[in-house]
Ligand binder design. Structure first.
Ligand code: ADP
Ligand code: MG
Ligand code: MG
Length: 938
């Protein structure tokens, strides 16, 4: 008979069935518990039920594989052997366990853990007898019934309830007996017993069933709840945000309890091997004396910094400090770990790679290279590409901040600067963040491009819980009055890169009146506050911001790079990236300023210049409108002649800014009606200005109206029907090129024809371009090097890429339009159904933000192959905002493209992602390196 599957992996006593490399099967928590056990750290024994059981559970109507029960019983027996106690023992010290969830990637606060399982009316008496610590034993039991009632039996806050039902019972009891909110640790054994009676009654009342006394029934109930929590709302929201597939499932770890709540020589804590907010190499974290683990993260009592342990429990502190070093030398990365001290003895309960801010990631990686813990290539991988933009985020204007009044101080938990209208409730914050931002005079607030902005919002709470996640996502920053650096708020802020100040104790929050009082002043919801998450300061009002140091050095050139530590590290990282990258990063820029900025960030040229933007400024729009309204080719040519000098001037500026780097210039793309006024008043105005009857304008607007402008008269179709437009644009490009080249600066224009689906379309346009080039070269007596290529942005273009490549000298994938046309989905109209699609997991990531690799990606692959058939080694790249998305960049690298192009500020992100993609190949290609990597994981 075939051996049945192994669903249970043991750990403990410096051994383990599994290891740290088995995260897909054991979950992050289970795999690292095994790993810590193997390397001899003090881990309470236990076992992990694999993620395969979770998959089985959902595929088989929430049942388990047959063999699981026996394997779990063996697991419990193994724990009993190591601990010398028995599960459900009513005579001697009983074995109690925790039942813990753990997905492959940690999902902080998403899933519920149950502690002290195995207690019942009889075993609690055995625990009292064995420990001679009545208060402790009844405290454990009370906590267990509360957690079990909540998580497993579902006794939770109803729609009309403001507070958790168990908390209501505790609150009521405290006031009945003590007339105040005394701390939980002050409750006597008798109090706990009374609470237990009330809890059990509450459970019975709410669920109609008794709290289960049988430890095995408790264990399976808890395991089921963990598997069940994989599909709870919070977990789903989190997975969606971070793109974690539902199929992964969670593992369940069952582990012998150790007790941080036995008295003042015990406690629980969370720590980092280095500071995860700013990267400093220091033992960082916090602990609570006489508490179980949940208390620390819950933010109910504000914990003490871990450094204090040195005074209170010096031996335990020393041991922890050694463990901290062991963890780093073993895992070679900053660890975030949980520990419990039971009567002076240290136990390790969890470790994982610490979530970090971009600033901390940068510092860790550089420091660890200096310490020879990792090499520079590993350092590149340690910086999350999608977070890198945090380093470019604004900071408060130094002068304004100095002058501002600090109304409260808290812990700096998420660096950066944020201002916003504050809200005391996550739903209201979420709703407010969706509204347009109006100033005091009732005018829309606009950005520098003239687009309307949504209101910036700050979420302010006493403490946050996973229920607040949506509100936290919507906010610019998070401010809490209670809780420390490992509170939920701090954790989430670090992960999302949100600005965060927590534990600002001076804030008095009144949820009922929706006000906040600090430093003697009361603020009401919707007022502006500003927080500095690097310093931990809270200010009233809206403080002006300044550019980050990196931008001050590179773009504004107002700061000496040598004086900025952040810049120096950033520059080192970017240099390393250049050493390994295969895929180049270009930029999408329409002005010399944008081009210069992107080059400062390391762009190797322009991948997309949109010429239409150039027609909106000043009087240009008049000439443009004249051109559109023209009745004859002659009139149109006359109008175009007015546009030519403008366009040429723009190109001169761009070529000069690029100093010899290539520039891909796309010819006119949008439908012409976009340039005409649609409102009556504006039409009247234009008519007067141009001396034509307003009817004529209305008529032309009507003619140009299209039902589907995205699929209408646009792209190369314009230049084909009105070849004089392309002719003018080509002339502008080449005249500018000639001028700049004569001034001694190299120029590399790459003319790009948009929206091509037929080879013949391209042939016609290329002929116009070549003719213009020839004419300009003859007139100016210069020789110009240029290329003519096309965008691949409609499926027919991709499918016939071999034909098109006979004419096109390069391809640039217009992934925005290619996505729209491949999916038959208009980006601007997708807002009405995409959220539902995401909810239903039809579309896992927004295809307009990250390339739809299995759909659109296929078209790209075909085009790459076919293009190379006709023109081997053909230059190819992408333009469109996907170029700044790390996973799209990785995909383009795999396709073998030459470059991606993205907006200037995303250039560093794309460079980092491109370097990381190249490094991934290295691991795959060199078996030696790969072997080393897997060995390190054991
Ligand atoms: P989460 O994933 O939410 O962090 P955990 O499974 O890590 O949940 O557990 C929550 C808390 O309970 C943590 O502080 C952890 O250290 C503590 N804990 C878990 N198992 C045990 C145990 N066997 N003994 C003591 N404390 C435990
Ligand atoms: Mg944990
Ligand atoms: Mg397009």
């Amino acid at each position: 008979m075939a051996k049945s599957a192994k669903y249970v992996y043991l750990f403990g006593n410096k051994k383990a069935d599994g290891h740290g490399g088995m995260k897909p099967l054991l979950g992050g928590k289970g795999a690292n518990l095994a790993e810590m056990s193997r390397i001899g750290l003090p881990v309470p024994p236990g076992f992990t039920i694999t993620t395969e059981v979770c998959t089985y559970y959902y595929e088989n109507k929430k049942t388990y594989p047959k063999v699981l029960d026996a394997q779990a019983r063996e697991g419990v027996a193994a724990i009993e052997k190591i601990m010398g106690t028995k599960f459900g023992d009513t005579k001697a010290m009983p074995l109690l366990v925790s039942v813990r969830s753990g997905a492959r990637d940690s999902m902080p606060g998403m899933m519920d853990t149950i502690l002290n399982l195995g207690l019942n009316d009889k075993t609690v008496l055995a625990l009292v007898a064995a420990t001679k610590n009545e208060r402790f034993a009844w405290d454990c039991y009370r906590r267990f019934v509360q957690m079990y009632g909540d998580v497993v039996m579902g006794v939770q806050k109803g729609k009309n309830e403001d507070h958790e039902p168990f908390e209501v019972v505790i609150h009521g009891f405290k006031h009945e007996k003590y007339h105040s909110d005394i701390e939980d640790s002050k409750l006597t054994a008798a109090d706990q017993q009374e609470l237990l009676l009330r809890f059990k009654a509450l459970i019975k009342e709410r669920t109609g069933t008794e709290f289960p006394q049988d430890p095995w029934k408790q264990l399976w109930g808890a395991a089921g709840a963990v598997f069940g929590s994989w599909m709870n709302d919070r977990a789903i929201v989190y997975r969606r945000k971070y793109g974690i597939p539902t199929e992964w499932g969670t593992a369940v770890s069952v582990q012998a309890m150790v007790y941080g709540n036995t008295g003042d020589n015990s406690g629980s804590g969370v720590a980092f091997t280095r500071n995860p907010a700013n990267g400093t190499k220091e033992f960082y974290g916090e602990f609570l004396i006489n508490a179980q683990g949940e208390d620390v993260v819950a933010g109910v009592r504000t914990p003490e910094p871990v450094a204090q342990l040195d005074k209170q429990m010096p031996a335990a502190y020393k041991e922890l400090d050694n463990i901290r070093k062991t963890l780093e030398t073993h895992f070679k990365d900053v660890q975030d770990f949980e520990f419990t001290i039971q009567d002076g003895k240290v136990f390790m309960l969890q470790t994982r790679n610490g979530k970090r801010t971009a600033m901390a990631a940068l510092k860790f990686s550089m420091d660890m290279v200096d310490e020879k813990l990792i090499d520079w290539k590993t350092a590149i991988k340690r910086n999350p590409a999608d977070q890198l933009e945090q380093l470019l985020a604004p900071i408060f204007d130094v002068k304004a901040e100095k002058a501002a009044r600090v109304i409260a101080k808290g812990l700096p938990a998420g660096p950066g600067a944020a201002s916003g209208k504050f809200y005391l409730n996550a739903d209201r914050a979420d709703a407010a963040a969706k509204e347009w931002w109006m100033d005091d005079k009732g005018q829309f607030v606009l950005n520098k491009h003239g687009d309307k902005l949504k209101q910036p919002v700050l979420l302010v709470r006493n403490e946050t819980t996973p229920e607040d996640l949506r509100g936290m996502i919507a906010s610019e920053g998070i401010l809490t009055a209670k809780g420390g650096v490992s509170s939920h708020a701090a954790l989430v802020a670090r992960q999302m890169g949100k600005v965060c100040v927590c534990g600002a104790g001076a804030l008095q929050i009144d949820y009922a009146t929706k006000t906040l009082t600090a430093d003697g002043v009361t603020y009401k919801e919707g007022d502006f506050l500003s927080i500095n998450g690097t310093l931990g300061n809270v200010y009233a009002g809206q403080l002006p911001t300044a550019e980050s140091e990196i931008i001050q050095v590179l773009v504004q050139k107002s700061l000496d790079g040598k004086k900025s530590d952040t810049y120096t590290k950033f520059a080192t990282l970017m240099n390393w990236c250049s050493k390994v990258t295969k895929l180049q990063v270009r930029t999408n820029a329409d002005t010399p300023e944008q081009a210069e900025e992107a080059v400062a960030f390391g762009a190797t040229g322009i991948g997309l210049t949109r010429t239409e933007h150039m027609f909106f400024e000043g009087n240009r729009i008049d000439a443009m409108r004249e051109m559109i309204l023209a009745d004859s080719v002659a009139d149109r040519k006359a109008a175009l002649a007015k546009l030519l000098p403008y366009q040429k001037g723009d190109f001169v500026g761009i070529f000069k800014a690029l100093k010899g780097l290539p520039a891909t210039i796309r010819f006119l793309d949008p439908p012409l009606h976009e340039f005409l006024p649609h409102e009556d008043a504006a039409q009247q105005d234009l008519a007067k200005k141009m001396g034509v009857p307003v009817e004529k304008i209305k008529q032309r607007v009507k003619e140009l109206h299209e039902f589907n402008p995205m699929l209408g008269f646009r792209g190369c179709r314009l230049g084909i029907v009105h070849s004089e437009i392309s002719e003018m644009q080509a002339r502008a490009v080449f005249e500018a090129a000639a001028e700049v080249q004569k001034a001694g600066i190299k120029v590399k224009p790459e003319v790009m024809i948009p929206l091509v689906g037929f080879k013949r379309e391209l042939d016609l346009q290329v002929a116009v371009v070549h003719a213009a080039a020839k004419a300009v070269m003859a007139e100016q007596k210069v020789k110009l090097n240029y290329m003519v290529g096309t965008m691949i942005e409609i499926p027919r273009g991709a499918l016939t890429a071999d034909e098109i490549a006979q004419t096109a000298e390069f391809f640039s994938f217009g992934t925005n339009d290619l996505t729209q046309t491949c999916l038959g989905m208009s980006r601007d109209d997708s807002g009405s159904f995409l959220p539902s699609y995401a909810e239903l997991e039809i579309i896992k990531t927004n295809p307009f933000a990250s390339i739809d690799q299995s759909g659109v990606g296929q078209l790209m692959k075909i085009a790459v192959e076919k293009g190379n058939q006709s023109r081997p080694g053909m230059k190819m790249g992408i333009c469109g905002e996907h170029g700044g998305d790390p996973s799209s960049v990785r995909f383009c690298h795999k396709l073998g493209l030459n470059y991606v192009s993205c907006s200037p500020r995303r250039v560093p992100v794309a460079r980092l992602a491109a370097a990381q993609a190249a490094l991934e190949d290295e691991v795959g290609a060199k078996p030696k390196g790969a072997k080393k990597a897997s060995k390190a994981k054991r």
